[in-house]
Design a binder for this molecule. Structure first.
Ligand SMILES: [Zn+2]
Ligand SMILES: [Zn+2]
Ligand SMILES: [Zn+2]
Ligand SMILES: [Zn+2]
Ligand SMILES: [Zn+2]
Ligand SMILES: [Zn+2]
Length: 235
């Protein structure tokens, strides 16, 4: 099967992770390809499925005033754009509002509303940067995963407000397994679609939580029994 993408003159084939070594970089978001990808082998041009399938235009909740247009490379004089979600620069694909010089990496534009991360028992919800003028008193935040500074005024974050837990989008969406380990385990990662990798820790966390709750309950019941026993023996 062959595909056409507006950013590349040749038709693209689809490649599985097993055919791609970790030197292959996505020409859309400039990060390493894992999973299947669109590619033009001769040009060493590859796109994540998500980057290759992204529509030319989108309306994003974080920028409700204007729609965003997918452009293949930054149009600013520096050749780079500054991602309003994660704060990193990019020089490839951008969902751009040229009026506001608002840009998003493709993966940042598709960040899920909520994620589960092993570092926290509750699901974390995505929060956008606050529009200028709405900067209420924000104390300085530290990412509870990497312990580095987190600028919630300017960039997006994943949060559990009940627990005051905050994290960088990149930290909260990082896979628990280090990348090199995933590479050494190509067969396994090929057989397991990404979703099961995400779902497993959720299930594990839930089961762990249930087990703990049961333990607490049993301890409490035991304590109640003991105290009632002590009381009645005193009478
Ligand atoms: Zn990509
Ligand atoms: Zn090509
Ligand atoms: Zn970004
Ligand atoms: Zn705009
Ligand atoms: Zn972090
Ligand atoms: Zn929490």
């Amino acid at each position: 099967m062959e595909f056409k993408h507006f950013s590349h003159p040749h038709s693209l084939g689809i490649y599985q992770a097993i055919q791609l070594s970790n030197e292959h970089i996505c020409s859309g978001c400039e990060s390493i390809i894992s999973g299947s990808a669109y590619g033009c082998w001769d040009c060493k041009f590859f796109l994540h499925e998500q980057c290759g399938n992204a529509n030319r235009a989108m309306q994003h909740q974080s920028h409700p005033m204007h729609h965003l247009t997918l452009i293949p490379s930054a149009t600013y004089s520096t050749g780079n754009f500054f991602c309003n979600a994660c704060g990193d620069t990019g020089s490839a694909f951008s969902f751009c509002c040229p009026l506001c010089e608002f840009d998003l990496h493709v993966p940042c534009a598709f960040l899920p509303e909520t994620v589960i991360h092993q570092a926290h028992v509750h699901s974390l919800s995505l929060g956008y940067a606050l529009p200028p003028g709405q900067y209420y008193e924000l104390s300085s935040y530290v990412c509870d995963i990497c312990q580095k500074q987190l600028d919630k005024k300017r960039f997006w974050s994943y949060n559990c407000f009940a627990c005051n837990f905050h994290a960088h989008t990149s930290c909260a969406t990082a896979k628990p397994e280090p990348y090199s380990a995933a590479q050494n385990n190509k067969e396994e990662s090929q057989n397991q679609p990404e979703q099961t990798e995400i779902e497993d820790p959720v299930l594990r966390t839930q089961l762990e939580l249930q087990r703990l709750q049961l333990e607490i309950q049993m301890a409490q019941e035991l304590a109640n029994m003991m105290s009632s026993f002590n009381l009645s023996s005193l009478v």
